[in-house]
Design a binder for this molecule. Structure first.
Ligand code: PAF
Length: 278
């Protein structure tokens, strides 16, 4: 497995990889890799393309009061996981490479970027869309793999690629869960033992709500009951909503492609999760 820390190194290794494998598959990450990331790399390797994984904790997607400085970093552990998974090239840029002093362009997505995480974290999706567009260009990615755990992010990236006619195919990969249902996340390590024991209640609330809606419960009342249940379980929910899966528009009844999305705070950790109906 090769490692690139400069654009020149990336370019040399990427060209050789593309010559050998034909297509390039990119797995964009912020490191602190876990089984959820491993599933993305496994899918990228299975695609037959030469796999590049980027590790970059992107400052522009963190708000001023967010956890950029305490975002977990584990380069040695990440490289070991990627080597074992069959990743061909790891791209480890620094902030000055991604955002040189003269940098003056950003991508400002609307549509699915509005509301929910977009409302709770102003500027977040602008940072995500901008860094992903840079990564797609730097790596000349034919394919890029994203987890469904960050459902809204996945829809925003699909919108960016479609609207800017980027030649990168976006592949969404199902959320990987712990045995008790908790969606894997780099931030789960910040849960105390007591919070970790409570955390699966978020997924349980989503699956319980889905069962109620499938049985014809009115959406408004069912959502209110699920939010009250989360509060009773010690969560501070930011939102729990039934939305059209692609546009993230709130809907009042289940329809094809519908999604339940939720974010709730447990102690200092903001847990995100979502499920579909299909
Ligand atoms: O999902 C993430 O880890 C990040 O938002 C991403 C896509 C790597 C962009 O920084």
């Amino acid at each position: 497995m090769l490692i690139a820390r400069t654009l020149a190194e990336l370019d040399t290794h990427r060209r050789a990889l593309a010559a050998r494998r034909g297509r390039i598959a990119l797995v964009p990450t912020m490191g602190a890799l876990h089984a959820g990331h491993r599933a993305l790399v496994d899918a990228a390797v299975a695609s037959g393309a030469g796999v590049i994984t980027s590790i970059f904790v992107n400052p522009t997607q963190f708000g001023p009061n967010e956890d950029l400085s305490r975002y977990p970093r584990d380069e040695a552990g990440d490289l070991a996981l990627l080597r074992e998974a069959g990743c061909a090239l790891v791209w480890l840029p620094d902030v000055a490479t991604m955002y040189p002093p003269a940098n003056a362009c950003v991508i400002t997505p609307a549509g699915p970027a509005q509301g929910f995480e977009g409302a709770a974290r102003p500027g977040h999706f602008q940072g995500v869309a901008t860094v992903c567009t840079k990564l797609f260009g730097q790596c000349r990615a034919d394919l890029a793999f994203f987890g469904e755990k960050d459902w809204q992010q996945l829809q925003v990236i699909r919108r960016v690629v479609t609207d800017l006619h980027l030649p990168t195919e976006i592949v969404g990969i199902a959320t990987v869960r712990e045995a008790d249902g908790l969606a894997m996340s780099s931030r789960n390590r910040f849960l105390s033992a007591k919070e970790r024991a409570r955390a699966p209640a978020l997924y349980a609330a989503l699956t319980g709500l889905r069962a109620d809606l499938r049985q014809g419960a009115p959406a408004g009342a069912a959502l209110d009951a699920a939010i009250a249940g989360l509060r009773a379980a010690g969560f501070a929910p930011d939102y729990l909503a039934l939305v059209a899966g692609e546009s993230l528009t709130p809907i009042t009844a289940v329809q094809p492609g519908a999604r339940l999305i939720a974010t709730a705070r447990l102690g200092s950790v903001r847990l995100l999760d979502n499920i579909g109906f299909d």
